[in-house]
Ligand binder design. Structure first.
Ligand code: CTP
Length: 405
């Protein structure tokens, strides 16, 4: 199983809860934030305490919970009876989840009639809200006006999602799940090295059909390509991921185009590449497709093994790299031997400025990898690490190269 990356190590968050049934998700969120290395200070409005108890939140966060602006306990290690100042001064961000329609309205007007609203208005750190309300409350023109104003004031809104609501209705206004808020927060804190850039990534194997129930594929899991798509999104890029069949969930915020064959992958890539600044070709594309795959299942009736005839697949990376004005192209090479020589030869042959080499026996299906980077500047090694950690390092290298491109 993949180890949890401590993506929020050293971060201190104030997690504010306002009154809403989604408050139960804040318990799970607290745990997940801590799993990722953050420390969490809970602040609740009086309404929130009707939905989940401060005792629960204290036990989970390991810190006393603050609910009142008249609470004279020491806050942030200071005993000046100014919790509304001290609690946010040590925070890297305030996250309010759930954020009720009422609380959002209050923030728009700068009202400070309880500890959490006062804390938000007196903050010196970023503020993120995860709205949670009935769909009619969300759609109400007053709420929508407030959303526009909150964004204009520099406040980040996470969600809401659409779906089943506690009231039995279905629509927009549902609070994001804890794991979704976590991933939004991790993204929030990553440096925006690719802000405004459009990145296209291919990932996974391709599947070349033989007949309706059989085909030729390979052992690529798609993990490295999905990690690069995620890292590029975290870095502020708009990301399209063209993926062959994998068992992976698409990274949040990335648009996914699912394909099966190399021909379909080429068509999807060519349809997207016009607006692309960076193309990262991670897919393990089958070199050959079966000529004329059968439309009916092959039967073994007469016992004779079928004879397959193959035709060469297009080279997607080379096709993109040889466009009149190609995006910045990054190729991958999975080799079993002579990595340096094979990778540099492949880089020249495919005409790409950056080629990432790895040993297939280390890479395929694993959560970790070790990468060698081949470019005009020579060879750089990225030491063995989780694929997402490597993907973030790679994004930094690509951003650096783009600035000179
Ligand atoms: N690639 C591609 N289209 C193909 C084959 C490969 O876009 N039809 C891309 C891969 O996504 C990868 C790079 O080309 O970025 C290297 O692919 P690889 O299959 O390792 O190289 P080949 O040129 O096929 O060489 P060989 O199989 O001989 O190692």
């Amino acid at each position: 199983m993949a180890t949890t990356l401590r993506d929020l190590d050293g971060k201190h968050l104030v997690l504010g809860l306002t009154g809403g049934i989604a408050a139960y998700k804040a318990a799970e969120l607290t745990r997940r934030l801590q799993d990722h290395g953050a420390t969490v200070q809970i602040v609740m409005t009086e309404a929130a305490t009707h939905f989940i108890t401060p005792v629960t939140m204290q036990a989970l966060s390991g810190r006393p919970v603050f609910t009142s602006q008249w609470d004279d306990r020491s806050a942030g290690g200071i005993s000046n009876n100014m919790a509304h100042i001290n609690l946010s001064r040590e925070a890297d961000a305030i996250v309010v989840a759930p954020a009720s329609a009422d609380f959002m309205a209050k923030l728009v007007h700068g009202r400070c009639d309880d500890l959490l609203s006062t804390l938000c208005i007196a903050r010196a750190c970023p503020l993120l809200l995860a709205p949670a309300m009935n769909r009619e409350m969300w759609a109400n023109p007053a709420t929508q006006r407030n959303v526009v104003q909150l964004r204009a004031d520099g406040i980040t809104l996470l969600g809401p999602a659409s779906g089943d609501q506690a009231c039995g209705e279905i629509g927009d206004g549902r609070m994001l799940e804890a794991h979704e808020i976590l991933s939004e927060l991790i993204t929030f804190f990553q440096p925006k090295l690719l802000q405004g850039k459009q990145v296209l990534v291919t990932a996974g194997p391709t599947f070349e059909p033989i007949d309706p129930v059989r085909g030729i594929t390979n052992l690529s899991s798609g993990k490295m390509g999905y990690a690069i798509a995620q890292a590029a999104h975290e870095a502020g890029a708009r990301v399209t991921l063209v993926s062959g069949p994998t068992a992976l969930a698409p990274p949040r915020g990335v648009s996914l185009i699912k394909v099966q064959t190399a021909q379909q992958m080429l068509a999807a890539v060519m349809a997207e590449v016009g607006q692309t600044d960076v193309f990262v070709s991670v897919a393990a594309v089958a070199d050959w497709a079966v000529r004329n795959p059968l439309t009916q299942k092959i039967k073994k009736d007469d016992g004779a093994p079928p004879r397959l005839d193959f035709l060469a697949n297009p080279d997607i990376l080379a096709s993109v790299a040889n466009l009149a004005s190609p995006p910045y192209c990054v190729g991958f090479a999975a080799e079993t031997n002579d990595l340096d020589q094979n990778a540099e030869t492949k880089r020249q042959k495919k005409n790409v400025p950056l080629l990432i080499g790895n040993l297939a026996q280390n890479a395929l299906g694993a959560d970790e990898n070790e990468l060698m980077l081949y470019s005009d500047a020579g060879i750089t090694r990225l030491a063995r690490a989780d694929k997402l950690v490597l993907a973030r390092q790679l994004v930094a290298v690509i951003a650096q190269a783009l600035s000179k491109h």
